[in-house]
Design a protein. Structure first.
Length: 105
């Protein structure tokens, strides 16, 4: 019961960045990055089998499937971190200047 009371206290105080409150910028970012991830994961592996070039002793399609998807995932994670840092700085700046932060809902 104490944990629930604490949660209610944080909600009443307007805890910044509550996990269940996201504005449209966050949702669009997540949707776009999820779409990029799906295209990289499924699209490149589907079309990579047509690439018959040899790199070392392995076909190029092997390298794209094994290394390219991992690098793309790391890039997606970095883009997400940078974008979320930017969103949080903008929210803090708009709160410090007296402006209403973007609506969450």
């Amino acid at each position: 019961m104490l944990a629930r009371d604490s949660l209610l206290f944080d909600e009443q105080q307007g805890a910044p960045f509550a996990p269940d409150l996201h504005d449209a910028r966050h949702l669009w970012l997540k949707a776009v990055l999820l779409l990029v991830w799906a295209l990289v994961s499924f699209g490149t592996s589907f079309f990579a089998r047509d690439l018959q070039f040899q790199v070392g002793h392995w076909p190029l399609s092997y390298w794209i499937a094994s290394q390219g998807a991992v690098l793309a995932f790391l890039l997606i994670a970095c883009v997400y971190c940078l974008a979320m840092n930017r969103f949080e700085r903008e929210d803090e700046a708009s709160g410090a200047s007296g402006q209403e932060p973007p609506s969450h809902g």
